[in-house]
Design a protein around this ligand. Structure first.
Ligand code: EPU
Length: 426
């Protein structure tokens, strides 16, 4: 384990380039299982969860060649393993969830262990399973594994009880191999789902309703060899926007997708931040005063993203006035609150609502990352705080941020990573 040591109170200035999106790269990588020919994917971010998934792909029988630091060729023309309970890493990341849809489509059977991911809620997969059943899968529980078998996959009409990102992606992938037409209603509209559909359609799939809540998939399209570039990470984009705000700095964010940032962009402008749009892929974010307080409620896209809720919580800790943050997506996304309190934050939580009374200053403290987005919110708080912070379990942040301390150092942040020999004892 490693820790970040951050010396705060620096104004962050300069340019930063946004990496490819974790939550788009993960399903895109698993989708290559549906191809009987090589697929070249670029802009794949080098981060913990992606590395684990690439190793899983190799272990299930996909030939993976790294062509450049961010470009990989996936060739799934050989046999693909269906028993995921035998494969190391599958149960440690949530990003392995779409292996289910892709392998069920390809092999008509899958053995699935219980999946992991950040400890932010129970994260059941009932909506995925209901959809798979409608497509023709029979599911049996044996111990902590689920056995999926489908003699025939048949196009169907499903309504998702919740517009789950993973369930939408999984059902798209399975429906690709089904006979006839599948319609998914109340589908997730997240840009990452759209990116997956772009890739599949570029390869010859026939999916319509892109970006809407009703998707129509015509199954059994032959997929041809393509090259595809993963979309920019909108959560990393938002994180750097908030770095500028919290440190009263000025950051030009490049290689992002401005269109995906509306909910944050409007909120930041409301609280006094200067955000200049410089074309479709660049933003200049500048702040020279304390921000005003604000209210947010996390929602599926185009609502405010839950993955930016923890970084916004850090901002609220320093805003002038009282902010209210309602988390509607996950049950345990306030695990970072006790850590922020150690840095001087004034936060009260009641179930999924946090009431934050902003303080003038936070101070450096010894804290630990509870989960990926909670971890980055501690880094943000430490950058703005007076004094030194020691942030343990730094590798949790690496699951979803590429070269985070290097990018921050280039913006004038004082942050180093050191080995954490003793770990952290509460
Ligand atoms: N849910 C169910 N049943 C289901 C599926 C989901 O109850 O069958 C619930 C979940 O428990 C959760 C909510 O619905 O409370 C949203 O889950 P969703 O399926 O939409 O999310 P996901 O596919 O598991 C992806 C991202 C998350 C991101 C969410 C929402 C990946 C690998 N993960 O998760 O990313 O928060 O969509 O946008 O794509 C992160 O990057 O830190 C992260 C957690």
């Amino acid at each position: 384990m490693s820790q970040f040591i951050v010396d705060g109170n620096n104004c962050l200035k300069g340019n930063v380039s946004i990496s490819g999106s974790k939550n788009s790269a993960l399903p895109i990588i698993t989708s290559t299982i549906l191809f009987k020919c090589p697929v070249e994917i670029s802009n794949i971010p080098d981060m913990g969860d992606v590395r684990i998934l690439i190793q899983i792909m190799k272990d299930i029988g996909v030939k993976v060649d790294q062509l450049s630091p961010d470009t990989f060729r996936f060739d799934a023309s050989g046999d693909i393993e269906s028993d995921l309970s035998k494969i190391k890493g599958v149960s440690t990341i949530r990003g392995s969830q779409t292996l289910l849809g892709a392998i069920l489509g390809r092999n008509h059977e899958v053995i699935l262990p219980v999946l992991g991911g950040c400890p932010i809620g129970a994260r059941p997969m009932d909506i995925h399973f209901q959809g798979m059943k409608k497509l023709g899968a029979v599911i049996e529980n044996k111990g902590n594994r689920k056995y999926f078998k489908a003699k025939k996959l048949q196009g169907t009409h499903v309504y998702l009880d919740y517009s789950s990102v993973g369930a939408t992606e999984n059902l798209i992938l399975t429906a690709m191999s089904a006979e006839g037409i599948t319609i998914i209603e109340n589908a997730a509209q997240e840009p990452e789902v759209v990116d997956l559909v772009y890739l599949l359609n570029q390869a010859g799939a026939r999916i319509s309703g892109i970006g809407s809540s009703t998707l129509q998939i015509i199954g059994k399209s032959a997929l041809k060899r393509i090259k595809f570039s993963v979309m920019p990470d909108r959560i990393e984009t938002g994180t750097f926007m908030l770095c500028a705000v919290m440190t009263k700095g000025k950051i030009q964010i490049e290689d992002c997708c401005v269109q995906d940032m509306s909910s944050l962009l409007f909120k930041l402008r409301d609280i006094g931040v200067k955000v200049e749009i410089r074309g479709q892929s660049s933003l200049l974010v500048e702040m020279d005063k304390r921000s005003s307080s604000f209210n947010i409620r996390t929602m599926p896209f185009p609502g405010f993203p839950t993955d930016l809720q923890s970084p916004m919580l850090s901002l609220a800790c320093l805003a002038g006035g009282t902010s209210i943050i309602s988390e509607t997506v996950y049950e345990n996304r306030f695990n970072v609150v006790p850590e922020l309190r150690k840095m001087g934050a004034n936060i009260m939580t009641n179930d999924k609502i946090a009431t934050i009374t902003g303080v003038e200053k936070m101070f450096g403290a010894e804290v630990q990352c509870p989960d990926l987005r909670g971890g980055i919110s501690l880094v943000l708080a430490a950058l703005a705080a007076d004094g030194k912070s020691y942030i343990h379990r730094a590798s949790v942040v690496d699951r979803g941020y590429q070269f985070i301390e290097k990018k921050l150092q280039r913006l004038n942040a004082s942050i180093v990573r050191v080995e954490d020999e003793n770990g952290y004892i509460r």
